[in-house]
Design a binder for this molecule. Structure first.
Ligand SMILES: C[S@@+](CC[C@H](N)C(=O)[O-])C[C@H]1O[C@@H](n2cnc3c(N)ncnc32)[C@H](O)[C@@H]1O
Length: 171
């Protein structure tokens, strides 16, 4: 039977331009196991109701996902449920103070989840919470169209995003 945690590790090994070329050699001798591992990995599901058994995984990643959800706490509880004891949950979310240069154009309504909420929300379910803060100019928006698209991605309506972009200095 396929071990889902092993499958996740194998998925990392398969990353790259050519998945097939990066497949570990034992899969060449065991094509059925390769097929099953891919089937596990490509299963689409909602984060708040995962179709996996309890303690099925050694690690779970919720990267830039939680603030899209109405009830991010349910997704965290689901992550906890499918993780083995001692498993690792990795979460990445922006700070509510993200993108200060565009703060005037961003929605004032708070997201359902952000970096400020993360330590207590995650700490309520998981032990040993570590927070790594990134405070750096991580994104360059060279043209006003890029600014507009970025704002739309942050939930700003298209027309409003275009207005803000039109009055924003770009490098
Ligand atoms: C900003 S993207 C991040 C994608 C990827 N994790 C990354 O870091 O590149 C947000 C992702 O959240 C997913 N998403 C939104 N609502 C979801 C839900 N209820 N259950 C599972 N995934 C969801 C979307 O499909 C999308 O892939």
């Amino acid at each position: 039977m396929t071990d889902p945690a092993r499958a996740v590790r194998d998925h990392r090994a398969m990353d790259g331009d050519s998945e097939r070329a990066a497949v570990p050699p034992d899969y060449d001798r065991d094509p059925e196991r390769f097929r099953t591992a891919r089937a596990v990995l490509r299963r689409h599901a909602v984060a708040t109701a995962l179709p996996f058994a309890e303690a099925a995984f050694g690690s779970v990643a919720l990267l830039y996902v939680l603030y899209h959800l109405r009830d991010p706490g349910r997704a965290l509880a689901e992550a906890r449920r499918v993780l083995r004891p001692g498993g690792l949950l990795a979460v990445a979310v922006p700070s509510r103070h993200d993108s200060p240069a565009l703060a005037h154009g961003l929605p004032r309504t708070p997201l359902t989840f952000d970096a400020e909420l993360a330590p207590s929300a995650i700490g309520a379910l998981f032990a040993d919470v570590e927070v790594e803060r990134w405070d750096a100019p991580l994104l360059r928006l060279p043209a006003r169209a890029d600014v507009r698209d970025y704002l739309v991605g942050k939930g700003v309506a298209g027309e409003r995003a275009a207005q803000v972009a039109a009055t924003t200095d770009v490098p």
